[in-house]
Structures are given as structure tokens and as C-alpha cells.
Design a protein around this ligand. Structure first.
Ligand code: SAM
Length: 292
């Protein structure tokens, strides 16, 4: 079932006509750039590897270009869409599909009430709106949202930030967080012409799978605080960033020195030189040495 709507999803003029006929306007601030490249849509679904047993989340279904491919493949589909006009359109277009649940509103606010760590969705997919993509991926990582597999289309620069290695200019606390929670691979590049309207940026399709053991990392909230503190100022050493953030007051600064020494690290190191695992190890050791 490629096209129940009689909208040709590969044709900019048909998309434009459909949007106009619905009395809708395309909103730049909601990143409404529709994927008009059929091969890319198919490839995204194949990267997701959905099965008939799966509960799948789709972020930003838009006019349903991916939804239409996903629905026949899965058990349940929850689609999060902010644009009420598109929600109306999707409700009508896919009215036959009981397995589709549309969640209206800002996904940054709505996802939590549908998420259970005991029963996470099996798959999450979305051509993410450029404006909310890093906030959403950051929120999923901070909350350790562990779907079996996630496939996201994001701005190329965001994919670079997610996969950057220590020492790279794109490496930040966001990279560390993403890489500790997920194994990430950049699987496909999309030019602006794959979308209508064409955005000003290039895109990447990234696949995220849960990193081994991440759900067992204890004292996760303290680690998140530690991580933010380490990268607070890029010009400062990690030691000074931690002191400035109150991780050890002047009297107990030697606690920090002991951790650096025990891990064989130069106390003048900047956080952006350390790998995600080194930072996690540092945080653990620091916590284990905290005064009672
Ligand atoms: N999936 C469609 C496609 O591939 O053609 C549309 C993708 S478009 C890049 C992003 C979609 O996300 C739009 O439908 C937009 O309305 C929706 N959106 C933008 N911000 C959102 C938010 N904060 N919460 C939920 N949906 C959002």
C-alpha cells in the first residue's frame, strides 16, 4: 500500500496542491520538509527492520510518507505530530487503520506519558524536524530510552556531533551522552533535493541501537550533572570546570587530584580529550570517593 491518499509523495506539485487544498501552510519552524525520494523512504524502513510484533513510534509523520510504508509492517504505530492540520489529514487518510494512534502536540512534551522503561517501543523512526532533533535525541539519551532500534533523519552536522570522537571540534557532552547510550552509525546521506521544500542543509540517516550495559549504569543523574560540568567551559581544564561547578570545594580539591592520579590522567586535561568510557569511569571513581 504505497499511496492510499492518491497523493503522489514523490511529486512536489502534488504535495503543494494537497497542502493548499487542506487549507494548510508549511511551517519552516516545524521543519516541514517532506521526503520526496521514494528510494530513501524504502531504505529508511529497511534500516528500521520492523516486524509484525512491533510497537513503533514515528516522530513527525507529516503527510504520512513513512506512515504508509510502516502501517502494514507493524503491530502498533504511535505517530507524534505537532501540526493539527496534518493530524486532521492523517486521521481521515488512515481512518481504516486501528493500529495507528496519532498523538497531537509537541513530541518533546508528549513522549514521556507514552513511554514505559519496562515496555519501551520496539522501534522509533522519524525524519526529525531540524529545530527539535537535538533536543529530542538528547532527551531520549538522558532518559535512556532504549528502543531496540531507532532510525532518524537529521541535519548532517547533528549526525557529526553525535558521532564525533575525542579531540574533534564537534565532540561535546552531547556526543558523550549519545555514544554512551547508543551505538550509532551514519547510514545514508540525503541531499536537499530529496525533500520538498528543499532545506538549506544536507541530511544524514543515523541508526541508533542500545549500547551494552547502559541501563545498569548506576547513579545516572549524578553522572549527567558531572558530564555537564566537565564541558561547562571549553577553554577550561576539566579540573577547573568541576571545581567551578562545585564538585569538590577548595578544601577537598585533592579528591579530584587523587582521581586524576589513579586514572593516570594529566590534571590539566580538557574533557574533550577523554573518551565517553573514560568520563564514565572518572565519574564513578569520583563518586566512590565522595565524603559520606
Ligand atoms: N515524516 C514526514 C516526511 O518524511 O515527509 C515529515 C517529516 S518533516 C521533516 C517533520 C515533521 O515533524 C513535520 O510533519 C512537522 O509538522 C513535525 N513536527 C515538527 N516539530 C514537531 C514537534 N515538536 N513535535 C511533533 N511533531 C513535530
Amino acid at each position: 500500500m504505497e499511496d492510499p491518499t492518491a497523493v503522489n509523495y514523490n511529486s512536489p506539485s502534488e504535495i503543494r496542491r494537497t497542502v493548499e487544498a487542506l487549507g494548510l501552510r508549511l511551517h519552516k519552524r516545524w521543519g516541514q520538509n517532506f521526503l520526496i525520494n521514494r528510494g530513501a523512504r524504502r531504505h529508511i524502513v529497511s534500516l528500521l527492520e520492523p516486524t509484525a510484533r512491533d510497537t513503533v513510534w514515528e516522530i513527525g509523520p507529516g503527510l504520512g510518507t513513512l506512515t504508509v510504508l510502516l502501517l502494514p509492517e507493524v503491530r502498533n504505530l504511535l505517530a507524534f505530530e505537532i501540526d493539527r492540520g496534518l493530524i486532521r489529514y492523517l486521521t481521515e487518510t488512515f481512518s481504516e487503520w486501528d493500529r495507528l494512534q496519532l498523538i497531537a502536540g509537541d513530541v518533546l512534551k508528549t513522549w514521556k506519558e507514552h513511554y514505559s522503561p519496562q515496555e519501551p517501543p520496539d522501534r522509533i523512526v522519524g525524519n526529525l524536524p531540524y529545530g527539535s532533533a537535538s533536543a529530542l535525541i538528547g532527551a531520549f539519551a538522558e532518559n535512556r530510552v532504549l528502543a531496540g532500534r531507532m532510525v532518524f533523519t537529521v541535519q548532517r552536522e547533528l549526525a557529526q556531533r553525535m558521532t564525533a570522537e575525542p579531540g574533534n571540534k564537534n565532540y561535546s557532552s552531547f556526543s558523550v551522552l549519545c555514544q554512551l547510550v547508543y551505538r550509532i552509525s551514519d547510514r545514508m546521506q540525503l541531499k536537499p533535493g530529496s525533500f520538498y521544500p528543499a532545506p538549506e542543509v544536507h541530511s544524514s540517516v543515523v541508526v541508533l541501537e542500545p549500547a551494552a550495559g547502559v541501563e545498569r549504569v548506576s547513579q545516572w543523574p549524578s553522572f549527567l550533572k558531572f558530564l555537564r560540568a566537565c564541558f561547562r567551559s571549553r577553554r577550561k581544564t576539566m579540573r577547573n570546570n568541576l571545581l567551578a561547578a562545585g564538585f569538590a570545594d577548595a578544601l577537598e580539591a585533592d579528591r579530584l587530584e587523587r582521581v586524576f592520579a589513579e586514572l593516570g590522567l594529566d590534571p590539566a586535561v580538557r574533557a574533550e580529550r577523554l573518551s565517553p568510557r573514560q568520563l564514565l569511569g572518572f565519574s564513578r571513581l569520583l563518586q566512590s570517593q565522595s565524603p559520606p
